[in-house]
Ligand binder design. Sequence first.
Ligand code: PHE
Length: 454
Amino acid sequence: MQGKSRETFSSGLAVFFATLGSAVGLGNIWKFPYLTGENGGGAFLLVYFLCILLVGIPVMLCEFYAGRKTRKNAFGAYQQIKPGPVWKHIGTMGVGSAYFIMFFYSCVAGWVYYYLFKALKGDFIGVTLETAKAQFGATVVGPYSPIIWQVIVLIVVCAIVAAGVQKGIEKMTKTLMPVLFLLILICDLRAITLPGASEGLQFLFHVDFSKLTAPVILTALGLAFFKLSLGMGTMTTYASYFTHDNNLFRTAAKVATADTLVSLLAGIAIFPTVFSFGMEPGAGPGLLFMTIPLVFSQMPLGNLLLIAFFFLTSIAATTAMLSLVEVPVAYFVEEKGYTRRSAAILTGIIILAFGVLASLSADKSSLLGHITFGGKGFFDWFDYLSSNIMLPLGGLMIAVLIGYSVSKADIEKEFSNGGTLHQEGIITLFFFVIRYVTPALLIIVFLNSIGIIR
Ligand code: PHE
């Protein structure tokens, strides 16, 4: 099955856009701005940048190594790097994490699609705080609309993945990522020319070191993981489709930089707007789904901007989901002998079976909202288990495996593309970081996330 018929991306540009498409997602548009604003603005940003540099990029490079070297899905890749009963389960856990993330991610993506649809219909014209809240409540509580939109998201995503690496993932990400950049820039231009915009920019960028406590630093580290799609085999799987002459260091640096840029641009679009209309910079889903329709609908050309905003958010959510779905699909195709199409359908069905639980429990007043285990409902458990436990653990295992089981000569060979690139200095630095710095930081975040240290 593997080897002869395995697809790759067609060019370096395709590699860049697909990988960026995975990184850019709902994380940039609501998680990043809100966490940055809440945790000290500029000071949090500095820590986040350090996390990207010392943990994010190194783990991404380890995943690139594993994927491109073996040209296998996440399970097969780690099994080949270190055969035996333990390390292949980086891949098993990766497939598990991909599902857990998709259970709630597909639900939020469904809300985003629904909001795009509502914006197109003009439902938000003349909206007030009360009606904006009521519309969000009706969307989340359902019970039918969240599930219908979740099914639509899954059909779109699984159909693109089923179409293949080049005809599906590559084609969509190459077309959509530039559109996303353009739309976000338009929203930014509008936002920074609003009266009172500077207050919003200040909220985002002011440096307040007193807010930098241990949990805040750990939040930045967790965000770096989720943001760059690390620790669960997504980047491993995508790298297995990279071209043989791709400069892995350069791709990792470009993707991390562009992803951070999108996050900053999203913050710049959201906060000046929020402040200019005298609203509270509320947290999480509330910010995106209640505040944005309200403020955009009150400005000139507001409904068009609102359509642009939810269109770009839909693009971000969709391209991130492609990479999530590709993890189990590549696994089913290569390890279990499924066709791409049936693997995509099976994956869609599994996500829906459990994702429905996320949809029906997202709000406390929704159908399953009152069912909780240890204070968390289904939606929160899916989010917590994947982001706080599975990703850091996966990232730690990946860094330790590559740092201690792969020889420096092998690393050099893969990163220099068989000797054609000369990067000795940076390879030595990379080797040092993944052996000592990254695992140490990850052990701290992991112990914290399971509550052993505070
Ligand atoms: N990086 C994506 C985002 O920010 C989420 C994601 C996590 C995608 C893990 C793939 C794997 O929304």
